[in-house]
Design a protein. Sequence first.
Length: 110
Amino acid sequence: MSEWIDVGAVDDVPALGSRVVQAPGGNIAVFKATDGTLFALRDRCPHKGGPLSQGIVHDHSVTCPLHNWVISLATGEAQGADRGCAHRIPLRVEGERILLAISALLAHVA
């Protein structure tokens, strides 16, 4: 059974935007897609480490601000001919609160 941590309100994440959550294993970007669905990824593009939280959200994807790689918010996988993955963080919503899996927040801590 996973433990979860409250990282904010659903309304804290702007439509077609993101909110950054600082975590021991690296920043997490929580995104709100076109249809209001929430997703969480490590805030690091698999290409050159660009901040995905500063990218453009469209449908269920985000475009990295550095080199225009398109990343699926649902899977973290790069789209098209690009290859790589931004690690997906398990997320759930309880009421109007966003919860992230603690185990995923601590992953990759050196």
